[in-house]
Write a protein that binds this ligand. Structure first.
Ligand SMILES: [Ca+2]
Ligand SMILES: [Ca+2]
Ligand SMILES: [Ca+2]
Ligand SMILES: [Ca+2]
Length: 431
């Protein structure tokens, strides 16, 4: 007869629930049976480093990227242990915006709600202005509706405040119809009077952002200097120092385009120069300055996806991307303009023409850093230029010697340069 000396004489049974918190953060709560348990979590996200594991019955983990993760909980006590593994789908989660004074929402989709777990309170008065950037319309779809009929209201307006046209005023238990604010902004107000309360409401909002006019060249590319292998994206430390007008209007590019932005934001890494080649001419047939975002996508100055080449179309042209201090690259394959499927330089170094034109780090291809004079070759001249910028006394600016785009010239920048020393772009792209 076995002698059991553990609590309740039973080993634990592991189980847990998970709830999105905000962004890529998810909370995990053990619901295991057993007594005197210890808990050990593995979130299946080694890219997150030390935070990939945790102890305790409850834990919150911020995942390194959206995706599906195999999350394991091991529960142990003196009787034994058990492990539960679940596939958890992680998306960039926007939490509901709960009734609280006057709030402005810039997201394109999400949830608004009175926020009560049971009944809402008396004398509520709160507003939401749903005003996503660039939206042409905002649509609201109610998923729950229960207020005191004729006394507690949800009012919805087609505009930025309660002076805008009223789309509808709702109370009672009927789910309101789907409402669309064609102005691109929607104003919602919830009010309750001094007595009688009910469950409240919840509604999903979504927006339409119009397709940009003009023919776009879409591409995805990473800069080695700005790339972060942990987050799989680029850092935008430089955005506060970015020029508002495109910077390629000097040698060696001498590109006279008037592309400019009204303000920077922390999605933007830097400017890039997008060029198209027809395969016979040694000079580009068209050029356009555009903005490189943290996720590697290229955007027009109005924020829409792709470099905007106006009304022009081309078939079977090759695409080149230039940056101030990374080796320029050209697509191995041709594209048609406009291209709805971005040309993805990040999947493999063989996406670029020529041998070793890009660098591969942990399976991700990226432009090589350190071409400080932007001529397409890494030589001692680049080193001398960065040194002279450093010695000029104001290196904390928008200078080409800052290979990792952190607004300073330091050993890190020279290390990036040294690692790529003697590499050169294909002859067509060298100045
Ligand atoms: Ca009431
Ligand atoms: Ca409620
Ligand atoms: Ca150079
Ligand atoms: Ca730097």
């Amino acid at each position: 007869m076995p002698l059991l000396v553990c609590p309740g004489d039973v080993p634990p049974v592991a189980s847990f629930t998970n709830t999105p918190v905000s962004g890529l953060a998810v909370s995990f709560n053990a619901t295991a049976t057993g007594a005197n348990n210890t808990y050990s979590w593995n979130f299946g996200d080694p890219a997150s480093g030390a935070s990939n594991t945790a102890t305790g019955a409850n834990a919150t983990h911020t995942f390194s990227a959206a995706g599906t993760y195999s999350v394991a909980l091991t529960v142990s006590n003196d009787c034994g242990s058990d492990i539960e593994t679940l596939n958890v789908i992680v998306t960039n989660y926007t939490p509901p915006v709960v009734c609280s004074g006057a709030q402005t929402i810039n997201n394109c989709s999400g949830v608004i709600t009175d926020g009560s777990s049971g009944d809402y309170a008396n004398n509520k008065n709160c507003t939401w202005l749903i005003a996503p950037t660039g939206a042409s319309s905002v649509t609201l779809t109610f998923t729950l509706f229960n207020t005191e009929a004729d006394w507690d209201f949800v009012d919805v307006y087609n505009g930025s405040n309660a002076s805008a046209p009223l789309l509808g005023s709702y109370s009672g238990t009927s789910l309101p119809p789907t409402l669309t604010a064609t102005s691109g902004q929607m104003f919602v107000r919830f009010t309750s009077d001094v007595s009688v309360v009910d469950d409240g409401f919840s509604a999903n909002y979504s927006c339409t952002i119009p397709e940009p006019t003009g023919n776009k060249v879409q591409a995805k590319i990473y800069l080695e200097g700005a790339y972060n292998t942990t987050t799989n994206s680029m850092v935008s430390d430089l955005n506060t120092s970015l020029p508002l007008a495109q910077p390629f209007n000097a040698a060696p590019w001498n590109y006279a385009g008037t592309e400019s932005i009204a303000a920077t934001n922390n999605n933007i890494i830097d400017w890039v120069l997008v060029e198209l080649y027809d395969g016979t001419s040694s000079t580009p047939i068209a050029r356009k300055a555009a903005l490189l975002y943290t996720d590697g996508t290229i955007h027009h100055t109005d924020g829409s996806l792709g470099a905007d080449f106006g009304n022009n179309t081309w078939s079977a042209v090759r695409l080149s991307i230039r940056h101030r201090n990374h080796l320029p690259v050209m697509s191995k394959n041709t594209i048609n303009v406009p291209n709805l499927t971005p040309y993805d330089f990040t999947t493999s170094v063989s996406q670029a023409d020529g041998d070793a034109q890009m660098r591969e780090i942990e399976g991700v291809a990226m432009m090589r850093a350190g071409d400080f004079n932007s001529d397409g070759t890494l030589t001692y001249i680049d080193y001398n230029l960065a040194i002279s910028q450093l010695l000029s006394g104001s290196p904390t600016n928008y200078v080409t010697g800052d290979a990792n785009l952190d607004r300073n010239i330091t050993n890190t920048d020279f290390a990036l340069y040294l690692n790529n020393l003697s590499y050169m772009s294909i002859p067509l792209l060298r100045y």
